[in-house]
Design a protein around this ligand. Structure first.
Ligand code: CAA
Length: 289
């Protein structure tokens, strides 16, 4: 039996399939991850990550976030993956950072653990990342959904930054991303009262892409991922980078950045294929080259 171990991700390849395995390159891979489930080829070119701490409403403890960071890093480098969907379960996407893990910490403990460095890595994921949210997306859960590029929500989804109710405040981007997404007045109200908004409100505020019945929120997110996965992965990556840049820079610099990325797409075979396919009135076949 041949065994390969990639230590950073606890991936092991064996010839006989364990129950949570997937097949690739003649081997079955499985993960010894405790708090997330990863399915690299859930659909063609689409990977699925499921947060898996159901009893704790997917509270985001340090290990879960490290597993998520590691999984995203590997999927980002896997040429077969062109879009990633991140989800929880029907009851909760995630109810926030793990309060029990933080409750007795000092400021110095928090500083030294530096839990948000994992979030910084997650933010650097280059492939399109879609959150499929049902139930609670609170505190760090709301922040994690906002770190994704798009959010598909079920009718039962509830978003909020309730940290103020437990004597703290958002720490993983809530005061920044929420404000940019829904504006100062609404963000201020959510952050200072800790109240939740439902999916319809989140939609009307521009926080999420759409609301669908709970039975199909994951299907809808996967379908969006599949649509994106049909595009050139190089163009998608560069386009995502350029849209994100608009949050971090002035218009002039953003336009300059966009232009450079636009020119860069012309160094790909996919650009030639995309334009030739248009001229020949056929569907393009993108290879990610
Ligand atoms: N951390 C740790 N455990 C949590 C949790 C969290 N954020 N959220 C829920 N849980 C646990 C509960 O303690 C409970 O565990 P036990 O069964 O062992 O008691 C279990 O999950 C189920 O939760 P509830 O019994 O409370 O379920 P409910 O349906 O009555 O209420 C809820 C659901 C409204 C989401 C409620 O659980 C809640 O208010 N959770 C906390 C939400 C919150 O404050 N999030 C912000 C965290 S701080 C943060 O995220 C900082 C940051 O910016 C990164």
């Amino acid at each position: 039996m041949k065994i390969e171990i990639f230590s950073s991700l606890f991936i092991i390849a064996v010839e006989k399939p364990p129950s949570d395995s997937y097949r690739k390159g003649g081997f079955f891979y499985f993960r010894q991850m405790e708090f997330i489930k990863v399915t690299p080829s859930y659909e063609k070119h689409v990977a699925l990550i499921e947060l898996n701490r159901p009893k704790e409403l997917n509270a985001l403890n340090l290990q879960l976030m490290q597993e998520l960071r590691d999984a995203l890093k590997v999927l980002d480098q896997d040429a077969a993956v062109r879009a990633i969907v991140l989800t929880g379960n029907e009851r909760a996407f995630a109810a926030g950072a793990d309060i029990k893990q933080m409750a007795n910490k000092t400021a110095v403990d928090m500083l030294m653990v530096d839990q948000f460095s994992t979030w910084d890595q997650i933010r650097k994921t280059r492939k399109p990342l879609i959150a499929a949210v049902s139930g609670f997306a609170l505190g760090g859960g709301c922040e994690l959904a906002m770190t994704c590029d798009m959010i598909i929500a079920s009718e039962t989804a509830k978003f909020g930054q309730p940290e103020i109710k437990i004597g703290v405040m958002p720490g993983a981007g809530g005061t920044q991303r929420l404000t940019k997404a829904i504006g100062k007045a609404r963000a201020m109200e959510l952050v200072l009262t800790g109240k939740f908004i439902d999916a319809e409100e989140a939609l009307s505020f521009g926080l999420i892409n759409r609301v669908v019945p709970v039975e199909i929120y994951l299907v809808e997110a996967i379908s969006l991922a599949k649509e994106i996965a049909q595009m050139s992965p190089i163009a998608a990556m560069l386009a995502k980078e350029a849209v994100n840049r608009s949050f971090e820079t002035h218009l002039d610099e953003g336009l300059h950045f966009e232009r450079k990325n636009f020119y860069l797409t012309f160094s790909s075979e996919d650009q030639k294929e995309g334009m030739q396919a248009f001229i020949e009135k056929r569907r393009p076949n993108y290879k990610g080259k």
